[in-house]
Design a protein. Structure first.
Lengths: 112, 115
């Protein structure tokens, strides 16, 4: 049962344009969401998070949007840079759930 | 450098064998998590320990076991290995007890190849 789904396995974007990575979840107990980035041969690293009491969180070029009614979140990267090329994981968790659930990941490629 | 250390980085073994993967969490972190990443798969949560005690269990096979020692390092034991166990095994740590509202810090992973 895939409780966190990233339906796009890959995304290709031109440098300077916007990258939008999407994530859907099914479990209503999730109330905290994170995005992690992973480069080859490295462990995932934290990028940005959002609590369910918010619908938007921004950190520099990265913005995460949360639509609780649709059980959908998205990560926007503006402007995209070649160094952003990595695998992005959407992760759901929460204060009452007790563990994190990862999506399958989306491979982002930003072309110069 | 996340501060989480995993050894070995690479391991090649045969079916039916047993291996132990080791993880040293960041200084001060009480929770250790183990994840498995197989080919074309996202990270699958295996198990979490908090301050020496098992806190949460995910999709961990009965052939696998883990423990966290008094010095907070953790070991993941994989036995009766099968070809399908070939994967990248990540350890992560956090300060909190797993009702996670903060970051996890991941190690670089241990790549297990079962031949």
């Amino acid at each position: 049962d895939q409780q966190v789904k990233q339906n796009s396995p890959s995304l290709s974007v031109q440098e300077g344009r916007i990258s939008i990575l999407n994530c859907d979840y099914t479990n209503s107990m999730f109330d905290y969401f994170l995005w992690y980035k992973k480069y080859p041969a490295e462990g995932p690293t934290f990028l940005i998070s959002i609590s369910s009491i918010k619908d938007k969180n921004e950190d520099g070029r990265f913005t995460v949007f949360l639509n609780k009614s649709a059980k959908h979140l998205s990560l926007h990267i503006v402007p995209s840079q070649p160094g952003d090329s990595a695998v992005y994981f959407c992760i759901a968790g929460g204060t009452s759930y007790g563990k994190l659930t990862f999506g399958q990941g989306t491979i982002l490629t930003v072309h110069p | 450098d996340s501060g989480v250390t995993q050894t070995p980085k690479h391991l090649i073994t045969a079916t039916g064998q047993r291996v132990t993967l080791r993880c040293s969490p960041r200084s001060g972190d009480l929770s250790v998590y183990w994840y498995q990443q197989s080919l074309d798969q996202g990270l699958q949560f295996l198990i979490q320990y908090y301050n020496g005690e098992e806190r949460a269990k995910g999709n961990i096979l009965e052939r696998f076991s883990a423990q966290q020692f008094p010095d907070l390092h953790s070991e993941l034991n994989l036995s009766s290995l099968e070809l399908g166990d070939s994967a990248l095994y990540f350890c992560a740590s956090s300060v909190g007890n797993g009702a996670v509202t903060g970051e996890l810090f991941f190690g670089e992973g241990s790549r297990l190849t079962v031949l």
